[in-house]
Design a protein around this ligand. Structure first.
Ligand SMILES: Cc1cc2nc3c(=O)[nH]c(=O)nc-3n(C[C@H](O)[C@H](O)[C@H](O)COP(=O)(O)O)c2cc1C
Length: 208
């Protein structure tokens, strides 16, 4: 598969493109907590995402209590054996092959939130077919705004099932009919994160 042919110069030509290419899934954080004002700027960027039928369905839960984060991480890990294999694969580093080999789940100290101090969960009532898309678009806005502020983020899809259990919903104060769609960790990156290479876009047909 051919690699992307967009040059670094082309990427840097717009501020937004620069952010897109600098965003990486950050999995190592400093212990410092991101303060409320910085998070509110990111949340405001999130709610400026496109939204189907202008429904703005998103609701946010911000968790900065490490005991709650550990409980959620432990719950997700204990559910892993009953979840489908592709959920386990969410935790594999890019490029890793083989089932269970090198899985961080084997490490009892492994925290699925990579010890980030903040988890933002984008939730919504699934009132139309596009609510999940709305939430993930808001997630991307949030992550790009975080890059602009020197913060790191990572989607934690592995947490979704655990977040949607009745136990977690009760603990987080999430009504039963509200679904947790997009969990994002955010924090101050510890070191640089190398980019994961991308394939060039596959245009199966260009009709003109
Ligand atoms: C929907 C979704 C779920 C993800 N879930 C996890 C996860 O549970 N754990 C994790 O370490 N990374 C997770 N990631 C991060 C991806 O592994 C990462 O985005 C991908 O390898 C590309 O790397 P990059 O974000 O640095 O470009 C998830 C990403 C997406 C979009």
């Amino acid at each position: 598969m051919a690699a992307s042919t967009i040059t670094a110069e082309e990427r840097g030509s717009f501020a937004l493109l620069g952010l897109i290419y600098r965003r990486h899934a950050v999995r190592a954080y400093k212990p410092d907590l991101v303060d409320e004002q910085r998070l509110r700027v990111l949340l405001d960027a999130a709610v400026h995402a496109p939204t189907a039928m202008h429904q703005e369905p998103w609701q946010f839960i911000v968790i900065q209590d490490r005991a709650v984060l550990k409980r959620l991480s432990d719950r997700a890990k204990s559910m892993a054996s009953t979840e489908s294999a592709h959920h386990g694969n969410l935790l594999k580093p890019p490029g890793a092959a083989g089932d269970g080999i090198g899985s961080p789940l084997a490490d009892p100290h492994f925290n699925i939130f990579y010890d980030a101090g903040t988890l933002v969960v984008i939730c919504a009532r699934p009132t139309n077919d596009f609510v999940a898309a709305d939430c993930w678009l808001a997630a991307e806005n949030f992550m790009l705004a975080a890059v602009a502020d020197g913060l790191g983020t990572c989607c934690i899809g592995f947490a979704v099932a655990a977040l949607n259990t009745p136990e977690s919903k009760a603990e987080l104060g999430l009504p039963a009919d509200v679904h947790a769609f997009a969990p994002l960790i955010v924090g101050i990156p510890r070191g640089d994160t190398p980019p994961v290479p991308r394939k060039a876009p596959v245009v199966v047909r260009w009709i003109r």
